[in-house]
Design a protein around this ligand. Structure first.
Ligand code: NAI
Ligand code: MG
Length: 372
């Protein structure tokens, strides 16, 4: 087995967390007997933009479509390039052009990482947020009328297509079915948003009939946010529209500790590279965090979000054993360090109350994977 991976480090700490993460993936490939070919691209970064006046080369699509998956660091250097240029010109273009309609984020309490909520809940946190990633509230339909007058008015419409709503809900049901708890929570706001949200609820009810083994519940987004904070241990798979999913997919990882450990997958689960009749749309794996200009260049960024994103990528490519081993290695190294063993606080990065560096923590996880 052999996979070609597009590697895009981006800006800031993206450039620092990528090398140790690639070594972890390499260790997993060696240990579990498959090959990874990394193709590194300097674009989709502000450095590239400042040199070329554009975020992407004209053939970026073909270059990425020649790969099995995209491994993305972080983009953004707000001091030199406005965020709407750098993000719309890179990661958002990938999501849209490759129809990556699922944004999937695990929220899990990792041994050794202190959650702001751990003591309150006293129970393990282990759930996924599934966000619709292509339509909904984030449409470009709308505009301004009566500009510059007292009657100035802006309108932006929400777009829910049957195909778009059904495919994300069905993906969430399938994920719930594959997990022991088999529970799906749907985010809604049908008490206030009276056309699109009742439609969303209706599609959830309809598709639920195909999954009698999955327990379904729905909450309005406002109280659901409160439940995330007060009882995060009760969730299993949580599905939401583009806007609600965006909110929940940042709140979820925040409930499990530092943003530095959280990964994210932008998936097109229906695209098949081997199918000659449809275009190939690769999926993209990235940490939740951005380029962190405030700590860039110091070598202290937490590499776990990047490494965990690599773990999701291996799982997506079908390398389940290697993915499981990577997850165990992350948990083992962090848990051991917190207990004072295996280098103790000296290998944890400062965001986890340690004194370690990106390189030290990355190497410890790499060695643990090689030993699996
Ligand atoms: P950020 O995630 O880069 O940083 C937020 C805070 O978390 C900072 O204090 C940072 O030091 C800390 N942090 C983030 N990752 C960390 C890690 N791995 N280890 C330790 N601490 C970490 O978000 P911010 O500051 O809002 O954005 C900075 C730039 O990143 C902007 O240009 C923004 O547009 C971009 N960005 C890019 C994303 C992407 O590439 N998908 C996602 C989010 C932001
Ligand atoms: Mg967000």
């Amino acid at each position: 087995r052999s996979y070609t991976i597009a590697v895009i480090p981006g800006d800031g700490i993206g450039l620092e967390v990528m090398p140790p993460a690639l070594r972890c993936l390499e260790a997993a490939a060696t240990r579990f007997g498959f090959k990874l070919e990394f193709r590194s691209f300097p674009w989709a970064s502000c450095t590239y933009y400042l040199k070329h006046g554009t975020m992407l080369p004209s053939d970026w699509k073909e270059l990425l479509q020649a790969c099995d998956a995209i491994y993305f660091g972080a983009v953004g250097d707000p001091a030199t390039v406005p965020d709407h240029i750098s993000l719309w010109g890179s990661i958002l273009a990938f999501r849209r052009e490759f129809d990556q309609y699922i944004n999937l984020r695990p929220c899990r309490l990792i041994p050794g990482v202190t959650s702001p909520l751990a003591n309150r809940a006293g129970k393990p946190i282990d759930f996924f947020t599934v966000r619709e990633n292509t339509e909904g509230e984030y449409s470009s339909i709308g505009g301004m009328i009566f500009e510059g007058t007292e009657r100035e008015t802006v309108i932006q419409n929400t777009v829910f297509t049957r195909v778009g709503v059904d495919r994300v809900i069905r993906y969430a049901f399938e994920l719930a079915r594959s997990r022991p708890a088999k529970k799906l929570t749907s985010a809604t706001k049908s008490n206030g948003i009276s056309i699109t949200m009742p439609y969303w609820d209706q599609r959830v009810e309809e598709i639920a009939k195909e999954y009698p083994d999955v327990q379904v519940e729905k909450y309005h987004i406002d109280i659901l946010c409160a439940h995330f904070v007060q009882r995060p241990h009760t969730f299993d798979v949580v599905v939401g529209s583009n806007l609600f999913g965006d909110i929940l997919s940042d709140l979820g990882p925040a409930c499990t500790g530092t943003i530095g450990i959280a990964p994210s997958a932008n998936l097109n689960p229906s695209s098949r590279r081997e199918d000659p009749n449809t275009p190939w749309f690769p999926s993209l794996f990235e940490p939740v965090h951005g380029s962190a200009p405030d700590i860039a260049g110091q070598g202290i960024a937490n590499p776990v979000g990047m490494i965990w994103a690599g773990q999701m990528m291996l799982e997506h490519l079908g390398e389940k054993n290697a993915a499981d081993a990577m997850m165990r290695a992350i948990e083992t190294v962090l848990g051991r360090a917190k207990d004072g063993a295996g280098g103790g606080l000296n290998i944890l990065t400062p965001d986890m109350q340690g004194k370690g560096t990106t390189e030290e923590l990355g190497s410890a996880i790499e060695q643990e994977i090689a030993r699996a």
